[in-house]
Design a protein. Structure first.
Length: 392
């Protein structure tokens, strides 16, 4: 989710499952009390659609917008993303105006916006489409505009050049791409995680390359002039042998921040989600706990603060039975409740990357990519609309 106080960027779920901490892929039992609706956001025969967490999700009341990648489906085996590496990859948007129950797909690339680029693509760049030059942002961005949205993207997961674009009309048009400075790091692999603190002030939670120029190490940065300049604030942690990437952050008070990160041990080892807090507005960070001890092959967190003050964490489990899951904290992330199953019929490990947001109706909408054996091999974008008031 992208965080903007009341507006979260992280993305953004029926069937209730509460279970003890998973061990070796153990399945939680399921019920249906909290699920409002299971929805297909985008699915097309022969196409591959994925990775909302790489793009972002935004919410204005009961209107939602989510970004994702679209390519062409190709069977590359169970261990790989089934996207054709030799065909173009596009960046698409889907919009809901009814709290996540129905969606319409939009094509910003056709208007010259959000053009995909770089080695991070799993497909190719768009043939015949010139790449717009990355510019310096020289005019202050109104970060408190009521229809504001921002997306941050990367060229390379191992720390290349990153960029951002923003919208003041709920993603109908975009300004950018603007260059995101390295801020003294070896290079950035930016995804969308930010908190707006004022008309010209915001914090950004980013992934940088480690000293060996491989992903990744997480840090926070700040702008005080509407994204004309950015200042490095602090690292969350020391470098680790594996990687720590893809933060998702909420503000709990003017000085209290809570973030979660995707972590994996070296040599494709175990994967989990860690939590950190800062009590001095990002100047220093302390490891708090490990909300999710096992995410299978690894999946990023999406964290939001609910309207009742609880913190909600959603994530994918990339191992049998291939689930979309949630946990809730009642004490600002110090402890976490049992696992809640949002979706449990996945066809394989190529799934997840959720974004979650709470709409004006009070429901949470969790978007993610998915595939199931009943409907076919194509990966598609799905949403679970769920009622957080019906989970303990």
């Amino acid at each position: 989710m992208t965080k903007v106080h009341l507006r979260t960027f992280v993305l953004t779920l029926g069937l209730m499952v509460v279970a003890p901490e998973r061990s070796c892929g153990q399945t939680a039992s399921a019920g249906e009390n909290h699920i409002v609706k299971q929805v297909v956001v985008y699915r097309e025969p022969g196409r591959f659609a994925a990775w909302p967490a790489n793009h972002g999700m935004w919410c204005w009341g009961n209107e939602l917008l989510v970004g994702f990648s679209r390519g062409y489906h190709k069977d590359l085996g169970k261990e790989r993303h089934n996207i054709d590496r030799e065909k173009p990859e596009e960046f698409l948007l889907s919009r809901s105006t009814d709290g996540g129950e129905t969606w319409t797909t939009e094509f910003p690339n056709a208007k010259g916006y959000l053009i995909p680029r770089g080695d991070f693509l799993h497909g190719t760049e768009l043939p015949g489409v010139p790449l717009p030059a990355l510019r310096q942002c020289t005019a202050a961005v109104d970060l408190m505009h009521p229809d504001f949205a921002m997306t941050l993207r990367m060229d390379d997961k191992d720390g290349g050049q990153s960029r951002f674009s923003y919208s003041h009309d709920r993603g109908q048009t975009w300004k950018g791409p603007f260059r995101l400075p390295h801020m003294g790091t070896p290079g950035l692999a930016a995804r969308t995680d930010y908190i707006v603190d004022g008309q010209r002030e915001a914090m950004f939670f980013l992934t940088a390359a480690k000293s060996n120029r491989l992903e990744g190490r997480v840090f926070c940065a700040r702008t005080t002039d509407g994204c004309q300049t950015f200042q490095f604030v602090s690292w969350f942690n020391e470098e680790i042998d594996g990687y720590e990437i893809m933060p998702s952050t909420v503000r709990l008070s003017p000085t209290h921040l809570l973030t979660t990160t995707r972590v994996r041990a070296p040599d494709s080892g175990p994967s989990w989600i860690d939590a950190y807090e800062s009590l001095d507005d990002g100047k220093t960070w302390t490891h708090l706990n490990r909300p999710v001890k096992d995410t299978g092959e690894g999946n990023p967190p999406s964290m939001i603060r609910l309207s009742d003050g609880r913190v909600c964490l959603t994530y994918g489990y990339r191992a049998p039975p291939y689930q979309i899951l949630a946990k809730v904290s009642k004490d600002k992330g110090r402890t976490w409740g049992n696992e809640i199953v949002l979706r449990t019929d996945g066809g394989g490990r190529d799934m997840g990357y959720p974004r979650s947001l709470q709409t004006a109706s009070g429901n949470v909408v969790t978007t993610y990519y998915f595939w199931d054996k009943k409907t076919g091999p194509e990966r598609y974008i799905a949403a679970t609309v769920w009622d957080p008031h019906k989970v303990p």
